[in-house]
Write a protein that binds this ligand. Structure first.
Ligand SMILES: Cc1cc2nc3c(=O)[nH]c(=O)nc-3n(C[C@H](O)[C@H](O)[C@H](O)COP(=O)(O)OP(=O)(O)OC[C@H]3O[C@@H](n4cnc5c(N)ncnc54)[C@H](O)[C@@H]3O)c2cc1C
Length: 406
């Protein structure tokens, strides 16, 4: 039995629109850009910048509703998750501005992404060599000097970091500490515009999957940004271990409540690509999945396919729930982590199972299933690993602070 759930009536035409882009613009170039890591897919980038608007005529962004963004992410990642990450957009940097910025900052930083001029990218740089899951360990510093913040440090694994740091109009949201002694309370986020003196792109990561996505190392050496490029308040509140979370850091972490459902939707898209392929291949070979047969009569393949479908649908429903809560202005910290943890695991299992069921065909580069298996795993790593999201779920359910349950 397949479950049907329509998130919102206006998403139906958007779904068809993005599915067409996935089929016609992404799938045909998937293999090429997997093989040519780090090459900019300019024809696709320009197409998306000029035509990739939703049927309502605007780019899909948080203003169109998070459920809509998730539907878009699933469809486009069904096409190709790496190319999806190359689409010119404010991306995670935009989520940070939307979550923690003022109206003035939102207008100033996000308006240039409406499709005018040349393609632009946004990015978010949190991770360092000794700070990722534990963002409180961030060593990059920001010091106020007159009317400017001066940033120093090195950020690694920054998705879209090349696009956001190199092409005019883009920006990188950089997490840095203004006061190391304050722990989490000292961590703030700063908007660094593309081309800012002192921000240097020093390398691109070679990866297992999503290989067309640019994953950058960025160095900040006395990088100066205007005072008004701080997102949120400059006030430093010392962490209080007796309280569940501290406010300043919480503001920055709110970005994840918006971004985790999107990453979960991306995972669902990759999982669905693999599942659809398996079902088409089985059908081609005359194997029909009997959903109505009693469990003891089902073949192992039928059971596998039904399990894959159930995993995918569970991940999708958790994702849409977390997104819908955002749309209704409800706190979704627990639900966003649930969706992310479930979807990361589901897509990993589904794509591995797809390769297993298809055997040599699944392992061969003749089709894209092996690529989807490689593209899947990242969903269990970035935006909080599987373990970190499970930890957040446990904390929220038992109402434990991060110092009590870590
Ligand atoms: C392709 C790619 C793109 C990325 N894009 C970005 C980006 O755009 N911006 C950005 O800032 N970062 C980005 N990252 C970094 C990513 O978010 C981090 O690598 C991730 O959050 C893990 O953090 P870490 O590197 O510190 O690993 P670690 O925290 O050292 O994790 C190693 C292992 O330890 C486990 N672990 C850690 N702490 C705990 C705990 N308390 N309990 C149980 N298990 C634990 C983890 O789950 C993991 O299995 C990207 C990474 C990759 C690979």
């Amino acid at each position: 039995m397949t479950i049907s759930f329509d998130p919102a009536p206006n998403t139906v035409s958007a779904k068809a629109f993005y599915n067409q882009i996935a089929l016609e613009q992404m799938r045909p170039i998937s293999r090429k850009y997997d093989d040519h890591e780090h090459e900019m897919p300019w024809e696709f980038v320009r197409f998306m910048w000029e035509h990739g608007r939703n049927p309502a005529g605007s780019f899909t962004g948080p203003t169109d509703g998070f459920v809509q963004v998730c539907v878009q992410a699933e469809e486009l990642c069904w096409g190709d998750a790496g190319l999806y990450l190359r689409i010119p957009s404010p991306a995670l940097g935009g989520s940070a501005v939307a979550a923690a910025g003022t109206n003035e900052q939102r207008a100033r930083l996000l308006t240039p992404f409406r499709g005018e001029g040349d393609p632009k990218w946004g990015a978010m740089a949190i991770t360092e060599s000794s700070a990722g899951s534990d963002a409180a360990a961030i060593q990059t510093t920001a010091q106020l000097d007159g009317d400017e913040w001066v940033l120093n440090g090195t950020k690694i694994f920054c998705t879209a970091g090349e696009g956001a740091s190199s092409y005019p109009g883009g920006f990188v949201v950089v997490w840095a500490t203004v006061d190391k002694s304050a722990g989490r309370g000292g961590i703030k986020s700063f908007v660094v515009p593309a081309g800012a003196p002192g921000m240097k792109l020093v390398g691109l990561e070679k990866k297992l999957g999503i290989r067309v996505s640019d994953t950058a190392t960025l160095v900040f050496e006395n990088c100066r940004v205007p005072r008004e490029n701080l997102l949120g308040s400059a006030e430093v509140k010392k962490a209080d271990p007796t309280k569940t979370g501290d406010k300043g850091f919480k503001g920055a972490m709110a970005t994840f409540d918006a971004s985790r459902p999107i990453v979960a939707a991306m995972a669902v898209g990759v999982g669905r690509a693999a599942l659809d392929f398996v079902k088409e291949e089985l059908e081609r070979q005359g194997v029909r999945v009997r959903y109505d047969a009693p469990p003891f009569e089902r073949t192992a393949i039928e059971r596998d396919v039904i399990d894959m479908e159930a995993e995918l649908q569970a991940a999708r429903l958790l994702t849409w729930r977390a997104a819908k809560m955002m749309d209704h202005g409800k706190r979704n910290n627990l639900e966003a982590s649930m969706a992310k943890a479930k979807a990361g695991l589901a897509v990993t299992k589904i794509t591995q199972k797809a390769v297993e069921i298809l055997g040599p065909l699944g392992y061969s580069k003749k089709c894209l299933v092996e690529k989807w298996m490689r593209d899947a795993k990242i969903n269990d790593i970035y935006e909080g690993t599987q373990q970190i999201n499970q930890l957040i779920v446990a904390r929220r359910i038992f109402d434990y602070s991060s110092s009590l349950l870590r």
